[in-house]
Structure formats: structure tokens, C-alpha cells
Write a protein that binds this ligand. Structure first.
Ligand SMILES: CC(C)(COP(=O)(O)OP(=O)(O)OC[C@H]1O[C@@H](n2cnc3c(N)ncnc32)[C@H](O)[C@@H]1OP(=O)(O)O)[C@@H](O)C(=O)NCCC(=O)NCCS
Length: 226
């Protein structure tokens, strides 16, 4: 499992470095930890697991908070990251961040300057063809075409991932539910560079965001408000 964590961490650090190419970067801290089904929750996080409204799997929540706690410790803090009314993590004053987990890893990004940010992680698997129309708008298909001109389903999952990260960046600010079609990828920077793309997204609520997305070794996105 440590190789999975190491490979994911390398890719996530590279995505955070992409953010440093524009003003959103430079103060981002990222952490990847393994999701361990047998891990016990930190005493401060046990209440999160009793939250009747929570959707997250128990082991993912434990791992996500472990990642958050590790970054906060690097910043010299020992705050507890509780859960807000719409499921969002509640960060200490002046700090912002985001958490995601899949079956294998939990990832966390923290911006020490407190700017809105979202993260998502997904296994590197094609998006099921039957959900493509629910996720990818007709005017976005060019963003996820492969070399053969057809929709590349792994890139479609990357678009799914970017929109989830965008939602996480916006929801704590706006408290507005966004469907996949409420978030539109309007442009890419230089197109796909190997396994990475930078996308500009616009929401139906008027927010403009920038997502940096990779598809290997997992599909991951970090989204900031532009
Ligand atoms: C929030 C949401 C995107 C999380 O996605 P997920 O695949 O279930 O789970 P992930 O592992 O990616 O992320 C889970 C973490 O997201 C964070 N999160 C949950 N709700 C959040 C919100 N409203 N705002 C910001 N972050 C949130 C939490 O930290 C959560 O982990 P925790 O419960 O252990 O603390 C999803 O549950 C949801 O509510 N979706 C509805 C909106 C949507 O997806 N629209 C389409 C995209 S625009």
C-alpha cells in the first residue's frame, strides 16, 4: 500500500505545483494517507463517525482527518477539523482546505492563506459510458476527446473529478447545490499534457474556477476560485 500512497503523493505534489503557476499557488500543502479499514479514529474525530447525515465511509473519514491533522501539525497547529451542516470540513480561522477519499487513499489540500479550494480523488477507471451524458455537457465534449475523436472515458472521469472538486470549493461559500450540468468546463490551457490538464470552469452561480487534473496513477483534481 505504501507504493500506492507514494505514487499518489508524487502526482498530488505535482498538481499543487501546477497551482503555483498562478496566484492560487505557493501556500498549498497536500497529504496522502492510506485508507485502512481497521484503523481507529482519533479521539477528537469520533463524533464525526456518529453523524447521522454523513455519507462518507468510516475508514475514509478517519484517513481524511489523519491527512488534515498531519498538514496542520506541519503548520504548527493542533486544531480539530469538524464537519459543517452541509458536510464540509470546518477549518481553523484563516485556513482553508478540502478532503477526499476513495477505497485506497485519502487526500487533503490546505491553503494556509484561507482561499477557497476543493479536491477530489477517484480510481483511474473509465467513467461508465451510461453516465457520460449526465456528467459531460454537449459543449464540453471537445475537452474529453481522445486521439480517435471519440469521448475518452478516463478523461470523462477527470471532468467528473474536476466538477466534484469545484463543488467542494464553492459549496462552503455559497451553500448552493450544483448539478454536473451547472458546472461548465469552458477552456483548457494547453490541452492535455500527457496525463495532466488545466481547465477553466464556470458555475451557474457565476463562479469561475481553475482545475488542475491528472489521470494517473489516480484521477485527482485540485480546484481553486480564479
Ligand atoms: C460533497 C461530495 C461532492 C463529496 O463527494 P464523494 O464522492 O461523496 O466523497 P469524496 O471522498 O470525494 O469527499 C468526501 C469529503 O468531501 C467533503 N465534503 C462533503 N460535503 C462537502 C461540501 N458540501 N463542501 C465541501 N466539502 C464537502 C468532506 O470532507 C467529505 O469527507 P468527510 O465526510 O470524511 O469529512 C458529494 O457528497 C456531494 O454532496 N455531491 C453533490 C454535489 C455534486 O456532486 N454535484 C456534481 C458536481 S458539481
Amino acid at each position: 500500500m505504501s507504493a500506492v500512497v507514494d505514487d499518489t503523493s508524487t502526482a498530488l505534489v505535482a498538481l499543487a505545483a501546477e497551482c503555483e503557476n498562478d496566484e492560487a499557488g505557493a501556500a498549498l500543502h497536500v497529504m496522502v494517507v492510506a485508507v485502512d479499514d481497521g484503523a481507529a479514529a482519533h479521539a477528537d474525530d469520533r463524533a464525526l463517525l456518529d453523524d447521522v447525515d454523513r455519507k462518507s465511509p468510516r475508514a475514509g473519514t478517519i484517513a481524511g482527518r489523519r491527512a488534515a491533522r498531519a498538514i496542520l501539525a506541519q503548520l504548527g497547529r493542533n486544531d480539530v477539523v469538524r464537519r459543517g451542516p452541509i458536510g464540509e470540513p470546518l477549518w481553523p480561522q484563516g485556513i482553508s482546505g478540502s478532503i477526499a477519499h476513495d477505497d485506497d487513499v485519502a487526500v487533503c489540500v490546505i491553503d494556509a492563506r484561507g482561499r477557497p479550494i476543493g479536491i477530489d480523488v477517484e480510481p483511474a477507471l473509465p467513467l461508465p459510458a451510461e453516465v457520460v451524458a449526465d456528467v459531460v455537457r454537449d459543449d464540453e465534449r471537445a475537452m474529453v476527446r481522445g486521439a480517435d475523436g471519440q469521448v475518452d472515458l478516463l478523461r470523462a472521469r477527470a471532468l467528473f473529478c474536476a466538477k466534484e472538486a469545484a463543488y467542494k470549493a464553492c459549496a462552503p461559500l455559497d451553500g448552493v447545490f450544483l448539478s454536473f450540468h451547472d458546472v461548465r468546463v469552458t477552456a483548457d490551457g494547453d490541452g492535455w499534457r500527457d496525463d495532466v490538464v488545466v481547465w477553466r470552469l464556470v458555475t451557474s452561480t457565476g463562479r469561475t474556477l481553475r482545475a488542475r487534473v491528472c489521470v494517473a496513477p489516480r484521477v485527482m483534481a485540485i480546484c481553486t476560485i480564479a
